[in-house]
Ligand binder design. Structure first.
Ligand code: NAG
Ligand code: NAG
Ligand code: ZN
Length: 432
């Protein structure tokens, strides 16, 4: 039955594609783009990559290298294909490429229809409305574990609800705060956040482990407006920013992860509101969405011991500082050690290990939520987790079922370390 439904929608999908192609130019604009993955192996090639980012070009840099022979991924429109190839060869890059890149995008329209037929699956991508419904349903079914806190509304008026999971909210347990989806196109990140909620609540073992002496605050979609926009068409699938209207131009959106008020805009940002990627906003915390995350951090001083911001992609687990490559926090070794334990746990579960380093080591970028959490809100452990590798921003839905449980093991490791370091003594596994 499931197969029949899938193939049915596959047929609809094809028809949809034809119709849209018939209507003209911009609908599936990525269909004929080529994805280049270039592999820098020497210093001068990093200089070239820096220039790539700052050029006002119609190419789109999806990911930058964080180390030698770690790919920088660039989406190139058909009219630039040959010249970009020439450029890559002239600079002696090893590269590989995927043609007709946009054709691999799944059509988001399938999901709601399937949902009507089969109910909510934790292993599928969902609309923001469906996600809200899932959260509301979970909270009303499990009032003994979940409390929802409405933080406010997004720019376009979508309600933002913080999911607080605790076996004893009065106990003053250390809190793990996880957010996801500040970048619209990174769909696997909200999926992971929902999976966390699902496991913490539905898995009876979690009450003896992940929830023992530790509370969880989870905000699954920090940028709901951008998320919905990225679902409206394949042409918008690569949208990253929020959807606020710029007060100083006709362009939309701010890169929420450049908008936090800690060493704001000192590195790795654009000042151009029309920049599709890294526009920092006209001031720190210009965005309602980043204000709400900030307020969660600042209104729970001392309780939040770990902050994890979920992103995609590249399978990196990075810690402060992001704004600079030239200094590390005094206690960076603790951040590094915990990250490596988490990576090991994911690997033990069959997943890919994380590449662990400071966020700014290879390309500094200021205004990230991890720096603010660590430097301004004084949360002792703070990370950005870039989930998955090999599929860029379009991580296939049919891989969620294997990947999310592997990643969950990393969160189990986080929880046990936070419990052992910060919980009431009776919850600890051993004295540290
Ligand atoms: C992609 O290329 C094909 C073949 O050249 C062309 O028919 C189609 O219109 C192009 N699609 C877009 C969105 O440019
Ligand atoms: C660089 O990475 C690519 C792809 O991951 C791999 O095929 C190649 O062997 C690597 N080269 C070096 C010099 O490590
Ligand atoms: Zn991101």
């Amino acid at each position: 039955m499931a197969d029949k439904i899938t193939s049915l929608f596959f047929v609809f999908g094809i028809i949809g594609l034809w119709t849209q192609a018939g209507c003209g130019e911009s609908n599936n604009k990525y269909d004929n783009y080529t994805l280049f993955r270039i592999y820098p192996i020497e210093e001068s090639q990093f200089e070239f990559i820096k220039l790539l980012q700052s050029s006002n070009d119609d190419i789109e840099v999806l990911k930058k290298s964080r180390g030698y022979n770690d790919s920088t991924d660039v989406l190139v429109p058909p009219n630039r294909l040959q010249s970009f190839k020439d450029l890559a060869e002239k600079n002696h890059f090893n590269y590989d490429l995927k043609n007709q890149y946009g054709r691999s995008f799944e059509s988001p329209e399938r999901a709601p229809r399937r949902r009507v037929l089969r109910g909510f699956s934790i292993y599928e991508y969902h609309s923001f409305a469906a996600i809200q419904e899932f959260i509301d349903t979970m909270a009303s079914k499990h009032p003994e574990l979940i409390k929802l806190q409405t933080l406010g509304s997004s720019y376009q008026g979508r309600k933002m609800k913080l999911v607080k999971i605790s076996q004893n909210p009065q106990a003053g347990n250390p809190v793990i705060f996880v957010d996801a989806g500040i970048h619209a196109r990174e769909w696997v990140a909200p999926s992971m956040a929902l999976y966390l909620i699902h496991r913490l609540v539905m898995d009876p073992e979690a009450r003896k482990r992940e929830l023992r002496g530790v509370d969880w605050y989870i905000l699954p979609v920090v940028n709901p407006d951008g998320y919905e926009f990225s679902r409206t068409s394949k042409a918008n699938r690569m949208w990253r920013k929020t959807r606020s209207k710029s007060p100083i131009s006709n362009c939309y959106g701010v890169d929420g992860n450049r908008n936090y008020g800690f060493h704001w805009a000192v590195s790795g940002v654009s000042n151009n509101p029309c920049d599709m990627e890294t526009y920092a906003g006209h001031k720190p915390f210009s965005e309602l969405e980043t204000q709400m995350v900030r307020d969660v951090m600042l209104s729970n001083p001392k309780r939040i011991k770990l902050y994890v911001s979920l992103h995609a992609y590249g399978q990196y687990l990075v810690y402060p500082w992001g704004y600079t490559a030239s200094i590390l926090p005094q206690k960076w070794r603790k951040l590094d050690e915990l990250a490596r334990k988490v990576s090991q746990a994911v690997q033990n579960a069959g997943g890919q290990p994380f590449k662990v380093m400071s966020a700014g080591q290879w390309y500094p970028a200021a205004g990230g939520s991890d720096d603010f959490a660590f430097g301004a809100a004084h949360i002792p452990y703070s990370y950005t987790m870039e989930l998955t590798d090999g599929f860029e921003f379009v991580f296939p839905e049919n891989r969620l079922r294997n990947t999310l449980p592997e990643l969950y093991e990393g969160f189990r490791a986080f929880a046990s370390e936070i419990r052992n370091e910060f919980s009431n003594k009776r919850f600890r596994d051993h004295n540290v």
